[in-house]
Ligand binder design. Structure first.
Ligand code: NAD
Length: 530
């Protein structure tokens, strides 16, 4: 039986306020050389098998998950265990057993652990990027944004946990010592998506453990290798057994059973609307032996719009729309999938957008093409279905199908449809691929009305010059993350606390000053002085 206590490690407490991790400049020869070296190193490790880790014990299951390279589907990236019904109870017991000791560690010890994790990932920055290139088809810059965000989450949450451990009550009664403590919740189920498979997976896991919770981590079926690499770092940093349990498995079996387990105290989920709502419902049913209302932290999909006013810098708007719609193949929850353009500049906007999109290169992410493959064959088929719908409902401007010349992988051409009507399928449903709907608006009021007319409320952007219109958008554009004269993707930890309204989630604001409260509960103590 593995011991619950890790050997003591010296405290690593980073000093000074949180600062944003700079991005790697891949235009320099030195960084290009380092990235190619990292790709070679990782290429040599492809196809390895990774264990499941429950309560510090490494094990294997008979059934396996094969994680493949979407740009070269015949290439195995990692072979993983497939946790199922039999693993649910042992995993929960391991997490429960680890909870008392971990929850009593000081905030400094837990923050020190998270700072150490940040240091190691920073050292292996290029290697971590390379794993994302192979496993989820991110080009170098997209991969680096994911890894930089991972480091940012660690650096911010460790500092935030230290701050919250020293909070003072607004008043002290005479003759009393009055305190407010943020105590851990218990065992959390951490269920991330594949599209930011390092940052989101690590962010929800680090937020959990820095606040003293223990975790059942079920990475996405499509991206378990990067999670295994991250878990190796946790082990290297002296992770006590059971504090994080690494269980790749299917969402609908293992994930669902962990959500429903009576001892699960909270669920930190990021993924699609349908699965998020299902988890919310499952979590709401009281199970025999369940003592609490399960907390759900749900970050879900979007149908994000960029509004282009007649009086705006059209060249800048076109550039921003192209980047936000097609960066990482449009597979960001924040991706621009609707450009809503004032009719006075509509034709000009389209005339400028078409050549810009046609400049996008498609190919191997290891060679740093602008766009690479979408995550899987089923995702590709779903996106192609939307493209066929678009051909019926709108005017194809560019793209419109699979890009077979880019390689054997799941490549889809960057696709733009004009004249998409408000309320139509392409205007309302999250596609999660490189498909942009351009919608004509009568004026700025009409554009805002169309932008808000969806069940989602995640990100949005406005290109306008008039301060009055900008102020109106700030008041009226109902999204969790609004950007003015800037693209609607690329939220930066600390600067743009992230999360959406309505069907986009529970407004959890990852990377913001309130996020860690979701992973704790407040206990007030009034103690009479003797
Ligand atoms: P998904 O909903 O298919 O899966 C997300 C996770 O849930 C995976 O780990 C999956 O295995 C698991 N899961 C599936 N069914 C489950 C069940 N019944 N019980 C428990 N777990 C279950 O989403 P995805 O395809 O991985 O990710 C894409 C989606 O994520 C998009 O909709 C995107 O907008 C959204 N997303 C949102 C944010 C945000 O911050 N709001 C960020 C990234 C991605």
């Amino acid at each position: 039986m593995a011991t619950l206590e890790a050997p003591p490690m010296p405290l690593v407490l980073h000093q000074g306020p949180y600062t944003i991790e700079p991005m790697i400049d891949f235009s320099t020869e030195e960084n290009q050389r380092k990235m190619r070296a990292a790709l070679d190193k990782v290429r040599a490790e492809l196809g390895r098998e990774y264990d499941m880790v429950i309560g510090g014990k490494h094990s294997k299951t008979t059934e396996k998950i094969r994680s493949i390279n979407p740009a070269k589907p015949s290439q195995l990236v990692g072979l993983h265990q497939n946790a199922g019904a039999a693993e649910v109870e042992p995993t929960m017991q391991a997490a429960l057993q680890a909870f008392p000791a971990w929850s009593r560690r000081s905030a400094e010890e837990r923050a020190s652990f998270v700072f150490r994790v940040a240091d190691i990932i920073r050292e292996r920055r290029f290697e971590f990027c390379a794993w994302l290139v192979f496993e989820v088809s991110k080009n170098w810059g997209e991969a680096d944004a994911d890894i930089a965000e991972t480091i940012d989450f660690c650096e911010l949450y460790a500092r935030e946990a230290l701050r919250m451990s020293k909070v003072e009550t607004p008043a002290q009664l005479p003759g009393e010592r009055d305190r407010l403590m943020y105590i851990p919740l218990g065992v959390g189920a951490v269920i991330p998506p594949w599209n930011f498979p390092c940052a989101i997976m690590a962010g929800m896991t680090m937020a959990s453990i820095v606040m003293g919770n223990t975790v059942v981590l079920k990475p996405s079926h499509d991206a378990p290798t990067i999670a295994a690499k991250f878990f190796e770092v946790l082990e290297e940093c002296g992770l006590p057994a059971g504090v994080v349990n690494f269980c790749p498995g299917s969402g609908s079996t293992f994930g669902d059973a962990i959500v429903a387990h009576p001892k699960t105290r909270y669920i930190a989920f990021t993924g699609s609307k349908g699965v998020g709502l299902h988890i919310n419902q499952r979590a709401a049913e009281q199970q025999p032996g369940q003592l609490w209302i399960k907390r759900t932290i749900l970050e879900m999909g979007g149908k994000d719009a960029m509004v282009i006013d007649a009086d705006s810098d059209l060249d800048a708007a076109v550039e921003a729309v192209a980047q936000a719609a097609f960066g990482y193949q449009g597979q960001k929850c924040s991706a621009c999938s609707r450009a809503i353009v004032d009719e006075k500049v509509y034709d000009e906007f389209l005339a400028k957008l078409k050549p810009r999109v046609e400049k996008i290169t498609l190919g191997d992410p290891a060679e740093n093409a602008n766009m690479a493959a979408v995550i899987s064959e089923s995702a590709m088929n779903k996106i192609l279905g939307y493209i066929e719908q678009g051909k019926k409902d709108g005017r194809l401007i560019t793209g419109g199908g699979r890009a077979t010349n880019a390689g054997e992988g799941y490549f889809i051409q960057p696709t733009v449809f004009a004249d998409i009507a408000p309320k139509s399928t392409l205007e309302q449903e999250e596609i999660f691929g490189p498909v942009l709907a351009v919608i004509k608006a009568r004026d700025f009021d009409h554009a805002l009305e169309i932008a808000n007319d969806t069940e989602f409320g995640l990100t949005g952007a406005v290109y306008a010059n008039s301060q009055e219109k900008i102020d109106r958008a700030i008041q009226e554009f109902h999204v969790g993350n609004l950007y003015i004269n800037r693209k609607c993707t690329g939220a930066i930890v600390g600067a743009h606390p992230f999360g959406g309204f309505n069907m986009s989630g529970t407004d959890s604001k990852a990377g913001g000053p309130d996020y860690l409260y979701l992973y704790s509960q407040g206990k007030s103590v009034g103690e009479k002085l003797r």
